[in-house]
Design a protein around this ligand. Structure first.
Ligand code: ZN
Length: 162
């Protein structure tokens, strides 16, 4: 069975950047499980999986635009330090939830801080970074009717329901 829309795909992966640093990988015996075509993984990887079969391995470098997007300078903001509760504790690398003008919640990361202001970056940490995935497809199966109705996978590695 080939990977196609509405198939459930399990795959192992190792993610590296152009400096060959490992950024992420699936756990030992814990492949990532996705409903193909649901947009739950980055577009470049979803496209690369299309048409592959169980047991197949491949490696692909995905441009930032097809991964977590280009880095958007407008999402980098300087905020007065007194705007933060507990502002003595602000440190580079801390993350906060922030509501933008459209009411959407973003995670912002502190990238710089001085006595008066704090620089926060609302880009995904991997924005602007080309990503290389080494992938091995574990198995491919049809999604159940219930999974298709929910738009996600059930069972091991799938969506937890109460
Ligand atoms: Zn569900």
């Amino acid at each position: 069975m080939l990977v196609a829309r509405n198939k459930v795909v399990r795959f192992e992966y190792t993610l590296t950047n152009d400096e060959a640093q490992v950024l992420d990988r699936s756990g030992e015996g814990e492949p990532l499980t996705t409903l193909h075509g649901s947009g739950s993984i980055i577009p470049g990887l979803e496209a690369a999986l299309e048409g592959k079969r169980a047991g197949e391995s491949f490696k692909i470098r995905i441009a930032a635009a097809d991964a977590y997007g280009e880095h958007d300078d407008e999402l980098v903001q300087n905020v007065p330090r007194e705007m933060f509760e507990d502002n003595d504790a602000i440190q580079i690398g801390m993350q906060f939830h922030s509501d933008d003008e459209d009411g959407e919640t973003r995670i912002v990361t502190v990238t710089a801080a001085n006595a008066d202001s704090v620089t926060v970056d609302g880009n995904h940490p991997l924005a602007g970074v080309p990503l290389t995935f080494a992938v091995t497809i574990v198995d491919v199966r049809d999604a159940s009717r219930e999974e298709l109705a929910h738009g996600h996978v059930h069972g091991p590695g799938g969506h937890p329901h109460d």
